[in-house]
Structure formats: structure tokens, C-alpha cells
Design a protein around this ligand. Structure first.
Ligand code: PHE
Length: 327
């Protein structure tokens, strides 16, 4: 049996360098180096050869075997590198991408409007202060110039608690708390929930939200009040709103006004306000000879309804996802 060793080496090296993937390479390894390969049978047949032939053929087959092994190892590495760089092109990771988040809820429309209001007022130098939902009679009524016998107490539809305290029917008691806490001059808003014993309909809820504004300084006039309220409403509604100020009555302001704005050809009542009554300044610990101020109270729910085109205030508390998911 004679083998053309040089032809075998040339064939093997060519085939190995052309192997397209690791399976093809493995098949070539078996074919050229495996137990049944021509090289292995040549090695097995060495003992039958004459001595001088044996040495020559032994050296040659070993040399060829080494060459093929090296070629297989080299090709294998090259294939591995190719595979990796191909993967790199296909399966790369962008480490700058933000991590995937779980499903999250979102803010309630009332909260959205309230946060906008907070930011708006902060930008105008007002501080944002919250007061308690459960109030005492003094902060809610007496300090606001509404003594026990005063008929306007009845107009608040107050929800009384068995301990004599009450669910605040407006945010005005926070005026007193803020004056006592911060003194004058003062520029602050008090957003938050209020409660009334109301008969519910599309525009009345037993729990709703107000934002109260209070400015105390020297020589504050109704001019400051009218200008501020118009500027604030225009900023909130993002248009130059047409306002109308009507005389009104609140025990804690004198004079008092009601502000209406023009909406779709109709005047809409939006905001009670007035010059802070001297008795209220004194209840807040301030000298009414020295300090003056104005206050206003805005309905947040009504603003949210206007902004989002909501036709019934009762949607806000229904917890209906079909409604809530729109915001
Ligand atoms: N507290 C009044 C209300 O709830 C609104 C108001 C606030 C009026 C401040 C005057 C000044 O109706």
C-alpha cells in the first residue's frame, strides 16, 4: 500500500482552511487524523516496512500529522473569532439604555392640577403650606370672625365630629395657622381637601379640593388682589382670561368679592376673595394697624374639570380606571 503523503498533506491543509463551521472541521479532523484515517493506517503499517523506510515514513507521517493538527487548531480559533464578531454585530447590548420598568400607576388629575398650581405659586414667591383636615372650631370659625351666633356658620354645611372638632369645610383656617407660624410679611398658598355635607350632583361632592391664597404686607390694596387673581387664573388656564369681580360677603374679608371668568359665552363663578378682615389679622397674631392683606379661595376640582373637559365632579372619586387612565 503506498500513499502519496505530499498529496495527502496538501488536500488536508486545503480542506481544513476551507472548513466553514466547527462541525465541518470536526468531520475533517476525523477523516485525516481519526482511527481510520490513511495516516493512522500508515503508522500501523510501519512495522511491516524495511528499517530505513520505516524511519523515513515515520518521520514524515508524524510531521504531516502535526501540520494537520496545527491547521485544525488554527482554523478552530479563527471560526470561534468569526462567530463571536458575528454575534457582536447581531446581539450587542446598549448599556446606555434605561432599565426596563415594571408597570406603574400615575397621578390623579386633581393631583396633576394641584402640582401645577403649587409650581405656579412657588414661581411667584408664595410658599406652599398644608393644614389639617380635621379642624377645631376656633380656627375654622371664631378666628375667621364667625362667632357662634353668626348665621353664616350654617352656610358651610359643616360635618361635625363627636369630639366637637370638624372636617374643615374650607381651607381658610390655614390662614390663621400660617400667620401664627410665619408672621408677616407673608405670601402663601394652602392647597388641600375640604368636606361638606352636600347633596351630591354633577357639580357638588362631599369631599373636594381648594387652594387658598394669602398675602400679608404693608399697604396691600384691592388693586393688588384683582391683578394677582387675574394673573393667576390666566397662568393656570394658559390664556388671557376675561374676569369679572362682583361684591360678595365673607365674614373673614372686608370688602369681599366673587370672581367670575368668561367661559364659552357664560360667566362662571370660580373664586371667593377679599381684603383680610382686621379681626382675622389680629387672630393670626398680627397688628392690624400695621398689616394689611388679601385672601382668595379657588376650587381645584372645578379647574381640573375645565382643563380636561370633565362633565361630572363625581368621576374624581369613582376609582374607575377607564376614567383615570386618560390622564
Ligand atoms: N373660604 C371661602 C369658601 O370656601 C372662600 C374664600 C377664601 C373667600 C378666602 C374669601 C377669602 O367659600
Amino acid at each position: 500500500m503506498s500513499i502519496d503523503f505530499e498529496q495527502l498533506r496538501a488536500d488536508a491543509l486545503e480542506a481544513v482552511s476551507a472548513a466553514g463551521d466547527s462541525e465541518a472541521l470536526q468531520a475533517l479532523r476525523v477523516r485525516y487524523l481519526g482511527r481510520k484515517s490513511p495516516l493512522k493506517s500508515a503508522l500501523r503499517g510501519l512495522s511491516d516496512l524495511p528499517a530505513e523506510e520505516r524511519a523515513r515514513v515515520g518521520r514524515l507521517t508524524n510531521e504531516i500529522k502535526n501540520d494537520i493538527e496545527q491547521a485544525v487548531a488554527g482554523r478552530s480559533e479563527a471560526l470561534e473569532r468569526e462567530h463571536e464578531s458575528e454575534l457582536g454585530g447581531r446581539e450587542w447590548s446598549d448599556l446606555t439604555l434605561p432599565a426596563r420598568r415594571g408597570r406603574r400607576g400615575h397621578r390623579h388629575p386633581i393631583t396633576l392640577v394641584e402640582q401645577d398650581l403649587d409650581n405656579l405659586f412657588r414661581g411667584m414667591g408664595y410658599r406652599v403650606v398644608e393644614g389639617p383636615w380635621v379642624e377645631d372650631e376656633w380656627h375654622n370659625f371664631d378666628a375667621l370672625n364667625i362667632p357662634k351666633w353668626h348665621p353664616s356658620r350654617d352656610s358651610f354645611d359643616t360635618l361635625w365630629l363627636s369630639d366637637g372638632n370638624l372636617m374643615r369645610p374650607h381651607t381658610s383656617p390655614v390662614q390663621i395657622r400660617a400667620m401664627k407660624r410665619f408672621g408677616a410679611p407673608l405670601r402663601a398658598v394652602f392647597p388641600g381637601r375640604v368636606f361638606r355635607n352636600e347633596t351630591l350632583d354633577a357639580t357638588h361632592e362631599a369631599a373636594f379640593n381648594q387652594i387658598e391664597g394669602l398675602v400679608v404686607d404693608r399697604e396691600i390694596t384691592p388693586g393688588h388682589l384683582f391683578h394677582s387673581v387675574k394673573a393667576i387664573l390666566s397662568a393656570i388656564l394658559e390664556e388671557d382670561v376675561e374676569t369679572r369681580f362682583r361684591p360678595s360677603y365673607f365674614p373673614f374679608t372686608e370688602p369681599s368679592f366673587e370672581c367670575d371668568i368668561m367661559r364659552n359665552g357664560d360667566w362662571m363663578e370660580l373664586c371667593g376673595m377679599g381684603m383680610v378682615h382686621p379681626t382675622v389679622l389680629e387672630a393670626g397674631g398680627l397688628d392690624a394697624q400695621e398689616w394689611t392683606g388679601f385672601a382668595f379661595g379657588l376650587g381645584i376640582d372645578r379647574l381640573a374639570m375645565m382643563r380636561y373637559g370633565i362633565d361630572d365632579i363625581r368621576w374624581f372619586h369613582r376609582g374607575d380606571l377607564r376614567f383615570l387612565e386618560q390622564f
